[in-house]
Design a protein around this ligand. Structure first.
Ligand SMILES: NC(=O)c1ccc[n+]([C@@H]2O[C@H](COP(=O)([O-])OP(=O)(O)OC[C@H]3O[C@@H](n4cnc5c(N)ncnc54)[C@H](O)[C@@H]3O)[C@@H](O)[C@H]2O)c1
Length: 329
Protein backbone atom coordinates (compact mmCIF):
# COMPACT_ATOMS: atom_id res chain seq x y z
CA UNK A 1 0.00 0.00 0.00
CA UNK A 2 1.59 3.28 -1.10
CA UNK A 3 -0.35 5.71 1.06
CA UNK A 4 -0.84 5.09 4.77
CA UNK A 5 -4.39 4.29 5.84
CA UNK A 6 -4.13 6.63 8.79
CA UNK A 7 -1.72 9.43 9.62
CA UNK A 8 -1.02 10.83 13.09
CA UNK A 9 -0.39 14.57 13.09
CA UNK A 10 1.38 16.13 16.08
CA UNK A 11 0.53 19.82 15.90
CA UNK A 12 -2.29 21.23 13.78
CA UNK A 13 -1.42 24.90 13.27
CA UNK A 14 -0.78 26.46 9.89
CA UNK A 15 1.38 23.58 8.67
CA UNK A 16 -0.23 20.68 10.53
CA UNK A 17 -3.64 21.73 9.17
CA UNK A 18 -2.13 21.92 5.69
CA UNK A 19 -0.88 18.35 6.09
CA UNK A 20 -4.34 17.34 7.37
CA UNK A 21 -5.82 18.70 4.14
CA UNK A 22 -3.26 17.03 1.88
CA UNK A 23 -3.67 13.63 3.55
CA UNK A 24 -7.47 13.77 3.94
CA UNK A 25 -8.03 14.86 0.32
CA UNK A 26 -6.02 11.83 -0.77
CA UNK A 27 -8.22 9.45 1.22
CA UNK A 28 -6.05 9.08 4.34
CA UNK A 29 -7.71 9.21 7.78
CA UNK A 30 -6.17 11.93 9.93
CA UNK A 31 -5.76 11.90 13.72
CA UNK A 32 -4.76 15.28 14.99
CA UNK A 33 -3.15 15.92 18.35
CA UNK A 34 -2.90 19.59 19.34
CA UNK A 35 -3.40 21.15 22.80
CA UNK A 36 -5.26 24.08 21.19
CA UNK A 37 -8.99 23.34 21.72
CA UNK A 38 -9.74 25.19 18.46
CA UNK A 39 -7.36 23.08 16.37
CA UNK A 40 -10.06 20.86 14.83
CA UNK A 41 -12.19 23.82 13.76
CA UNK A 42 -9.16 25.56 12.25
CA UNK A 43 -8.07 22.41 10.42
CA UNK A 44 -11.62 21.97 9.09
CA UNK A 45 -11.49 25.49 7.66
CA UNK A 46 -8.11 24.85 6.05
CA UNK A 47 -9.46 21.63 4.50
CA UNK A 48 -12.40 23.59 3.09
CA UNK A 49 -9.95 26.02 1.44
CA UNK A 50 -7.94 23.08 0.15
CA UNK A 51 -11.05 21.47 -1.40
CA UNK A 52 -11.82 24.74 -3.17
CA UNK A 53 -8.24 25.07 -4.40
CA UNK A 54 -8.09 21.48 -5.63
CA UNK A 55 -11.35 21.89 -7.56
CA UNK A 56 -9.77 24.83 -9.40
CA UNK A 57 -6.44 23.06 -9.84
CA UNK A 58 -7.50 19.79 -11.37
CA UNK A 59 -10.38 17.92 -12.93
CA UNK A 60 -8.73 14.62 -12.03
CA UNK A 61 -10.86 12.52 -9.69
CA UNK A 62 -9.63 12.34 -6.09
CA UNK A 63 -10.40 9.40 -3.79
CA UNK A 64 -13.15 9.62 -1.17
CA UNK A 65 -11.89 11.90 1.59
CA UNK A 66 -10.30 10.49 4.72
CA UNK A 67 -11.89 11.26 8.08
CA UNK A 68 -10.44 13.99 10.30
CA UNK A 69 -10.58 13.61 14.06
CA UNK A 70 -8.95 15.36 17.00
CA UNK A 71 -7.44 13.26 19.75
CA UNK A 72 -7.23 14.12 23.44
CA UNK A 73 -3.85 12.48 23.89
CA UNK A 74 -0.66 11.96 21.98
CA UNK A 75 -1.15 8.20 22.33
CA UNK A 76 -4.53 8.33 20.58
CA UNK A 77 -3.01 10.19 17.61
CA UNK A 78 -0.22 7.68 17.23
CA UNK A 79 -2.27 4.53 17.94
CA UNK A 80 -3.17 2.87 14.64
CA UNK A 81 -1.32 5.47 12.55
CA UNK A 82 0.91 4.09 9.78
CA UNK A 83 2.77 7.38 9.37
CA UNK A 84 3.38 10.27 11.79
CA UNK A 85 4.06 13.93 10.94
CA UNK A 86 5.22 16.36 13.63
CA UNK A 87 4.39 20.06 13.03
CA UNK A 88 4.68 21.52 16.54
CA UNK A 89 6.22 24.96 17.20
CA UNK A 90 9.82 25.47 16.08
CA UNK A 91 11.33 24.89 19.53
CA UNK A 92 14.05 22.22 19.57
CA UNK A 93 13.44 20.94 23.13
CA UNK A 94 9.67 20.75 22.61
CA UNK A 95 10.00 18.84 19.32
CA UNK A 96 12.65 16.54 20.73
CA UNK A 97 10.50 15.63 23.73
CA UNK A 98 7.34 15.24 21.66
CA UNK A 99 9.08 12.97 19.15
CA UNK A 100 10.63 10.86 21.90
CA UNK A 101 7.23 10.43 23.62
CA UNK A 102 5.44 9.57 20.38
CA UNK A 103 8.25 7.21 19.33
CA UNK A 104 7.76 5.19 22.51
CA UNK A 105 4.07 4.71 21.59
CA UNK A 106 4.37 3.53 17.97
CA UNK A 107 5.51 0.21 16.45
CA UNK A 108 9.04 0.60 15.02
CA UNK A 109 8.01 0.28 11.36
CA UNK A 110 5.93 3.50 11.49
CA UNK A 111 7.86 6.32 9.79
CA UNK A 112 8.02 9.72 11.51
CA UNK A 113 8.74 13.03 9.79
CA UNK A 114 9.11 16.56 11.15
CA UNK A 115 8.00 19.70 9.30
CA UNK A 116 10.78 21.77 10.89
CA UNK A 117 11.88 24.69 8.71
CA UNK A 118 15.52 24.31 9.59
CA UNK A 119 16.40 22.26 12.68
CA UNK A 120 18.81 19.41 12.06
CA UNK A 121 17.23 15.94 12.12
CA UNK A 122 20.22 14.51 14.04
CA UNK A 123 19.27 16.80 16.91
CA UNK A 124 15.54 16.04 16.72
CA UNK A 125 16.00 12.25 16.65
CA UNK A 126 18.52 12.26 19.53
CA UNK A 127 16.13 10.98 22.22
CA UNK A 128 14.17 8.53 20.06
CA UNK A 129 14.43 4.83 20.77
CA UNK A 130 14.04 4.22 17.02
CA UNK A 131 15.87 7.17 15.46
CA UNK A 132 16.26 5.21 12.21
CA UNK A 133 12.54 5.71 11.46
CA UNK A 134 12.81 9.52 11.53
CA UNK A 135 13.63 12.18 8.90
CA UNK A 136 12.74 15.80 8.29
CA UNK A 137 9.97 16.30 5.71
CA UNK A 138 9.91 20.07 5.28
CA UNK A 139 6.86 21.31 3.34
CA UNK A 140 5.85 24.80 2.19
CA UNK A 141 2.76 26.81 2.93
CA UNK A 142 0.09 26.04 1.70
CA UNK A 143 1.05 22.41 2.14
CA UNK A 144 -1.96 21.22 0.13
CA UNK A 145 -0.89 23.17 -3.00
CA UNK A 146 2.89 23.56 -3.13
CA UNK A 147 4.61 20.39 -4.32
CA UNK A 148 8.08 20.66 -2.78
CA UNK A 149 8.95 18.72 0.37
CA UNK A 150 12.58 18.61 1.46
CA UNK A 151 13.51 15.27 3.00
CA UNK A 152 16.58 15.56 5.21
CA UNK A 153 17.92 12.42 6.91
CA UNK A 154 19.86 12.65 10.16
CA UNK A 155 22.95 10.67 11.12
CA UNK A 156 20.84 7.75 12.32
CA UNK A 157 18.06 7.80 9.69
CA UNK A 158 17.78 4.59 7.65
CA UNK A 159 17.61 4.52 3.86
CA UNK A 160 14.26 2.72 4.11
CA UNK A 161 12.83 5.66 6.04
CA UNK A 162 13.92 8.14 3.37
CA UNK A 163 12.50 5.87 0.65
CA UNK A 164 9.17 5.39 2.47
CA UNK A 165 8.77 9.10 3.22
CA UNK A 166 9.50 9.93 -0.43
CA UNK A 167 6.98 7.30 -1.57
CA UNK A 168 4.23 8.67 0.68
CA UNK A 169 4.89 12.30 -0.29
CA UNK A 170 4.90 11.39 -3.98
CA UNK A 171 1.58 9.55 -3.60
CA UNK A 172 0.21 12.79 -2.10
CA UNK A 173 1.14 14.61 -5.32
CA UNK A 174 4.30 16.18 -3.89
CA UNK A 175 7.83 16.34 -5.20
CA UNK A 176 10.33 15.14 -2.59
CA UNK A 177 13.84 16.56 -2.72
CA UNK A 178 16.33 14.59 -0.63
CA UNK A 179 18.90 16.90 0.97
CA UNK A 180 22.32 15.29 0.36
CA UNK A 181 24.09 16.68 3.42
CA UNK A 182 22.49 17.65 6.69
CA UNK A 183 22.53 21.43 6.95
CA UNK A 184 20.65 24.05 9.02
CA UNK A 185 17.74 25.50 7.03
CA UNK A 186 18.07 22.88 4.24
CA UNK A 187 17.99 24.35 0.70
CA UNK A 188 14.91 26.44 0.16
CA UNK A 189 14.89 28.39 3.42
CA UNK A 190 18.59 29.23 3.12
CA UNK A 191 17.85 30.89 -0.21
CA UNK A 192 14.66 32.52 1.01
CA UNK A 193 16.47 33.81 4.06
CA UNK A 194 19.29 35.35 2.01
CA UNK A 195 16.70 37.27 0.03
CA UNK A 196 14.78 38.16 3.19
CA UNK A 197 17.93 39.59 4.84
CA UNK A 198 18.64 41.76 1.83
CA UNK A 199 14.98 42.89 1.72
CA UNK A 200 15.23 43.95 5.38
CA UNK A 201 18.42 45.91 4.68
CA UNK A 202 16.83 47.78 1.76
CA UNK A 203 13.97 48.98 3.97
CA UNK A 204 16.25 49.59 6.98
CA UNK A 205 18.54 51.78 4.86
CA UNK A 206 15.46 53.62 3.46
CA UNK A 207 16.42 52.72 -0.07
CA UNK A 208 13.00 51.31 -0.83
CA UNK A 209 9.58 50.81 0.69
CA UNK A 210 8.19 47.40 1.52
CA UNK A 211 5.91 47.56 -1.54
CA UNK A 212 8.79 48.57 -3.83
CA UNK A 213 10.90 45.65 -2.62
CA UNK A 214 7.98 43.31 -3.27
CA UNK A 215 7.41 44.74 -6.77
CA UNK A 216 11.11 44.28 -7.50
CA UNK A 217 10.58 40.56 -6.94
CA UNK A 218 7.07 39.77 -8.11
CA UNK A 219 7.11 41.66 -11.42
CA UNK A 220 10.36 40.16 -12.71
CA UNK A 221 12.57 37.50 -11.12
CA UNK A 222 9.68 36.03 -9.10
CA UNK A 223 7.79 35.25 -12.31
CA UNK A 224 10.82 33.60 -13.87
CA UNK A 225 11.46 31.62 -10.71
CA UNK A 226 7.98 30.14 -10.95
CA UNK A 227 9.12 28.44 -14.13
CA UNK A 228 12.86 28.05 -13.77
CA UNK A 229 15.25 28.11 -10.88
CA UNK A 230 18.25 30.36 -10.34
CA UNK A 231 20.75 28.27 -12.29
CA UNK A 232 18.51 27.63 -15.29
CA UNK A 233 17.60 31.31 -15.45
CA UNK A 234 21.23 32.39 -15.44
CA UNK A 235 22.16 29.79 -18.03
CA UNK A 236 19.76 31.47 -20.44
CA UNK A 237 21.15 34.87 -19.43
CA UNK A 238 24.55 33.63 -20.64
CA UNK A 239 23.15 33.42 -24.19
CA UNK A 240 24.48 30.92 -26.70
CA UNK A 241 27.73 30.59 -24.81
CA UNK A 242 25.81 29.40 -21.74
CA UNK A 243 26.72 29.11 -18.12
CA UNK A 244 30.49 29.56 -18.26
CA UNK A 245 30.06 32.81 -20.17
CA UNK A 246 27.53 34.05 -17.65
CA UNK A 247 29.87 33.22 -14.77
CA UNK A 248 32.81 34.95 -16.43
CA UNK A 249 30.72 38.03 -17.19
CA UNK A 250 28.99 38.46 -13.83
CA UNK A 251 31.22 36.46 -11.49
CA UNK A 252 33.55 39.35 -10.63
CA UNK A 253 30.55 41.55 -9.69
CA UNK A 254 29.83 39.15 -6.83
CA UNK A 255 32.90 40.57 -5.10
CA UNK A 256 31.60 44.13 -5.34
CA UNK A 257 29.84 45.38 -2.25
CA UNK A 258 26.44 45.57 -3.97
CA UNK A 259 24.68 43.58 -1.32
CA UNK A 260 25.11 42.88 2.35
CA UNK A 261 25.77 39.24 1.51
CA UNK A 262 29.26 39.71 0.10
CA UNK A 263 30.79 36.53 1.44
CA UNK A 264 30.87 34.50 -1.80
CA UNK A 265 32.69 31.31 -2.71
CA UNK A 266 35.88 31.69 -4.74
CA UNK A 267 35.12 30.98 -8.38
CA UNK A 268 37.79 28.34 -8.84
CA UNK A 269 38.11 26.33 -12.08
CA UNK A 270 36.80 23.33 -10.17
CA UNK A 271 33.63 25.17 -9.11
CA UNK A 272 33.12 26.64 -12.59
CA UNK A 273 33.55 23.19 -14.17
CA UNK A 274 31.09 21.65 -11.73
CA UNK A 275 28.46 24.34 -12.34
CA UNK A 276 28.92 24.20 -16.10
CA UNK A 277 28.71 20.40 -16.27
CA UNK A 278 25.64 20.22 -14.04
CA UNK A 279 24.01 23.06 -15.93
CA UNK A 280 24.59 21.23 -19.24
CA UNK A 281 23.08 18.07 -17.77
CA UNK A 282 20.09 20.05 -16.49
CA UNK A 283 19.49 21.48 -19.98
CA UNK A 284 19.37 17.91 -21.36
CA UNK A 285 20.72 18.95 -24.76
CA UNK A 286 18.20 21.77 -25.26
CA UNK A 287 19.54 24.85 -27.00
CA UNK A 288 19.27 28.26 -25.38
CA UNK A 289 16.50 29.15 -27.87
CA UNK A 290 14.52 26.05 -26.92
CA UNK A 291 14.97 26.86 -23.23
CA UNK A 292 13.83 30.42 -23.87
CA UNK A 293 10.67 29.19 -25.61
CA UNK A 294 9.95 26.76 -22.74
CA UNK A 295 10.46 29.55 -20.19
CA UNK A 296 8.22 31.89 -22.18
CA UNK A 297 5.39 29.35 -22.41
CA UNK A 298 5.59 28.81 -18.64
CA UNK A 299 5.67 32.55 -17.97
CA UNK A 300 2.62 33.10 -20.16
CA UNK A 301 0.78 30.36 -18.26
CA UNK A 302 1.66 31.97 -14.91
CA UNK A 303 0.77 35.47 -16.15
CA UNK A 304 -2.60 34.26 -17.44
CA UNK A 305 -3.27 32.65 -14.08
CA UNK A 306 -2.36 35.84 -12.23
CA UNK A 307 -4.45 37.90 -14.63
CA UNK A 308 -7.56 35.90 -13.73
CA UNK A 309 -6.97 37.17 -10.17
CA UNK A 310 -5.91 40.67 -11.38
CA UNK A 311 -3.14 40.56 -8.79
CA UNK A 312 0.59 41.30 -8.86
CA UNK A 313 1.91 40.92 -12.39
CA UNK A 314 -1.64 39.86 -13.35
CA UNK A 315 -2.94 43.28 -12.33
CA UNK A 316 -0.26 44.95 -14.46
CA UNK A 317 -1.27 42.76 -17.39
CA UNK A 318 -4.99 43.41 -16.91
CA UNK A 319 -4.45 47.19 -16.83
CA UNK A 320 -2.25 46.98 -19.91
CA UNK A 321 -4.88 44.98 -21.77
CA UNK A 322 -7.57 47.44 -20.76
CA UNK A 323 -5.44 50.28 -22.07
CA UNK A 324 -4.90 48.41 -25.32
CA UNK A 325 -8.64 48.03 -25.61
CA UNK A 326 -9.04 51.72 -24.87
CA UNK A 327 -10.97 51.07 -21.66
CA UNK A 328 -10.64 53.00 -18.44
CA UNK A 329 -9.18 50.90 -15.63
N1 LIG B 1 4.62 28.59 8.78
C1 LIG B 1 5.33 28.21 7.74
O1 LIG B 1 5.34 28.84 6.68
C2 LIG B 1 6.15 26.93 7.84
C3 LIG B 1 6.59 26.35 6.63
C4 LIG B 1 7.26 25.13 6.68
C5 LIG B 1 7.52 24.52 7.90
N2 LIG B 1 7.11 25.12 9.06
C6 LIG B 1 7.38 24.42 10.32
O2 LIG B 1 6.21 23.73 10.72
C7 LIG B 1 6.15 23.67 12.14
C8 LIG B 1 4.84 24.27 12.63
O3 LIG B 1 4.79 25.61 12.21
P1 LIG B 1 3.40 26.39 12.08
O4 LIG B 1 3.66 27.57 11.22
O5 LIG B 1 2.32 25.44 11.71
O6 LIG B 1 3.18 26.87 13.58
P2 LIG B 1 1.81 27.20 14.33
O7 LIG B 1 2.17 28.02 15.50
O8 LIG B 1 0.79 27.70 13.35
O9 LIG B 1 1.32 25.76 14.80
C9 LIG B 1 1.92 25.02 15.82
C10 LIG B 1 0.83 24.19 16.48
O10 LIG B 1 1.45 23.30 17.39
C11 LIG B 1 0.58 23.20 18.53
N3 LIG B 1 1.35 22.68 19.67
C12 LIG B 1 1.96 23.37 20.67
N4 LIG B 1 2.52 22.50 21.53
C13 LIG B 1 2.27 21.26 21.06
C14 LIG B 1 2.56 19.95 21.53
N5 LIG B 1 3.27 19.75 22.63
N6 LIG B 1 2.12 18.90 20.80
C15 LIG B 1 1.42 19.07 19.67
N7 LIG B 1 1.10 20.29 19.19
C16 LIG B 1 1.52 21.35 19.88
C17 LIG B 1 0.05 24.61 18.71
O11 LIG B 1 -1.15 24.62 19.47
C18 LIG B 1 -0.19 25.02 17.27
O12 LIG B 1 -1.49 24.73 16.81
C19 LIG B 1 7.40 24.41 12.66
O13 LIG B 1 8.41 23.47 12.89
C20 LIG B 1 7.76 25.31 11.48
O14 LIG B 1 9.13 25.63 11.45
C21 LIG B 1 6.42 26.30 9.06
Amino acid sequence: MTLPRCVGLLGGGMIGAGWAARFALHGVDVRLYDPDPDALRKAGEVIENARRAMRRLTLAPLPAEGALSATATLGDAVAGADFVVESAPERPELKRRLLAEADALAPPEVVFTSSTSGLRPTLLQADMRHPERFAVGHPFNPVYLLPLVEICPGDRTSEQTVARAAEVFRALGMSPLVVRKEIDGFLADRMQEALWREALWLVNDEIATVAEVDDAIRLAAGLRWAAMGTYETYRIAGGEEGMRHFMEQFGPALQWPWTHLTDVPELTDELLDRITEQSDAQAGGASVRELERLRDRCLVAVLRGLRSEAYGAGEVLAEYENRLRGLRT
